[in-house]
Design a protein around this ligand. Structure first.
Ligand SMILES: [Ca+2]
Ligand SMILES: [Ca+2]
Length: 449
């Protein structure tokens, strides 16, 4: 008997013992064996809504390094690569079986069946299954695949099966956890934002602020309310600011201290916009310049602040944080993200916050447009015109295009006027008067700078 088969039977025996100890669950007798070309990593039988489901993790590429990984990268001496090499598991395949039928198969990187097997993490009464995937390497990140038994398909004519509800999108190179922070029976996803890349001092010292995501029925979205920490719990900042301030007062520019940007970004993510910049102003000595650790180029406080904000906007979850803080441009970008998944440096369609959610998109466009951001006004106008994410309303479409045009010039203004005129033909005389009145009211309530 080969080692693979020994492992296979050992796993079955182990799981069978667990199953007997738990509920009186039966392992189906007609389970096909794992294919000869695969190495079995893990196998489990789990009972969900009366169905015994079989989870299988195999490595289809045991001992083979994928072609897209360069050898020098894989033997760079980092602990992770060494571990991965010795485990000889390059890539895993997850299979979910309903009796003898393969209902789901996914090939990814290093996968792990988490402790959230048969846990209702979405709070709807249906048990979920969470599989963790790590993209490998020192710079890899974790993703979470959330499954649920498809109850709607369990009629007599349709075979029941698993649905992949959602894939979380990459978090940091630190595993996430699931906890019910607000006690409503739905588990929040706690993790870190790894969207800062090499900024500002290189990979090992990049900021990784904490993020809490809430299940919204179809995906996870940033839960700013649950990320907010009371300022009273954030002691000692004044002393840290003073230490940084002293440290940076040197003749030769130092590289920007990690504590400085970590605390500023941490405060922004924890709901404290003004405290973040207060800390920044206290820590960065007036008139001082600093540099990145690996470069001689220097920047002053204003330049670094701009750089930091740009990075937050382009990070995985930062744009949602900024939108929650009321930043109109971030609100517009978040609207775009919900609508199309485009617009962001990090391409949040990949980091799925709920792409294709037109209602959420229109909500963020409206928030931004309310603050007078012309791009949001144009986009909101288009949504009202077509009824996308909002009830179709030509009057409000006209109003939005009118406002987008009113404070702009050049081509932008001409485009907005063309949009507005295209709605004109759809309106009655009374409706035009109404739209113009609404635009005027808004304009009067929002004085120009
Ligand atoms: Ca559920
Ligand atoms: Ca909750």
């Amino acid at each position: 008997m080969t080692q693979r088969w020994t492992t296979f039977f050992a796993a079955v025996v182990l799981v069978a013992a667990t199953a007997v100890a738990g509920s009186a669950q039966q392992i189906p007798s007609n389970v096909p064996p794992v294919s000869d070309s695969d190495q079995l990593i893990e196998e489990r039988f789990i009972e969900l809504t009366g169905h015994v489901v079989r989870l299988v993790l195999v490595s289809p590429q045991a001992g083979v390094v994928p072609e897209n990984l360069e050898p020098q990268t894989t033997i760079a001496g980092t602990g992770f690569f060494d571990l991965a090499l010795s485990a000889r598991n390059w890539g895993h395949r997850l299979e979910i079986w309903n009796e003898s039928e393969l209902v789901y198969s996914y090939t990814g990187w290093l996968m792990n069946i988490t402790s959230h097997v048969a846990v209702d993490i979405t709070g709807d009464g249906n048990l979920n299954l969470v599989v963790e995937e790590h993209s490998m390497g020192r710079m890899g990140s974790y993703e979470y695949h959330v499954f649920e038994w498809n109850t709607e398909a369990s009629s007599a004519s349709v075979r029941p099966g698993f649905d992949l509800l959602f894939t979380s999108g990459p978090m940091a190179n630190a595993a996430a956890s699931f906890e019910d922070l607000d006690g409503d029976g739905v588990l929040e996803m706690l993790g870190r934002d790894d969207g800062y890349g090499y900024w500002p001092n290189g990979w090992p010292t990049r900021p990784m602020p904490s993020v809490v995501r809430r299940w919204n029925g179809s995906g996870y979205e940033v839960a700013m309310d649950l990320m907010t920490i009371p300022l009273s719990e954030l002691d000692g900042q004044n002393q840290i600011a003073q230490k940084i301030n002293t440290f940076m007062r040197t003749d030769e520019p130092v590289c920007v201290p990690r504590e400085l940007y970590e605390i500023v970004i941490g405060l922004i993510y924890a709901g404290h916009w003004s405290s973040a910049w207060q800390f920044f102003d206290d820590a960065w000595p007036d008139g001082t310049v600093a540099r990145a650790c690996d470069s001689v180029g220097v920047r002053d406080a204003v330049e670094f602040r701009d750089e930091l904000l740009l990075n937050v906007t382009e990070s995985t979850y930062g744009v949602a944080v900024l939108a929650e803080h009321g930043d109109p441009e971030a609100q517009f970008l978040l609207g775009n993200t919900y609508a199309t998944g485009s617009s962001l440096g990090q391409g949040m369609s990949v980091y799925n916050l709920g792409v294709g959610d037109d209602v959420a998109a229109a909500r963020w466009y409206r928030e931004s447009a309310e603050q007078g951001y012309w791009r949001a006004q144009s986009e909101l106008g288009r949504h009202y015109l077509t009824g996308r994410g909002v009830p179709q309303d030509y009057v409000l479409a006209y109003k939005s295009f009118n406002l987008a045009a009113s404070r702009r010039s050049g081509q932008v203004r001409e485009r907005a006027i063309a949009d507005r005129d295209s709605v004109y033909e759809l309106l009655t005389r009374d409706q035009i008067a109404e739209a113009q009145r609404l635009a005027r009211e808004w304009d009067e309530a929002h004085p120009r700078d």
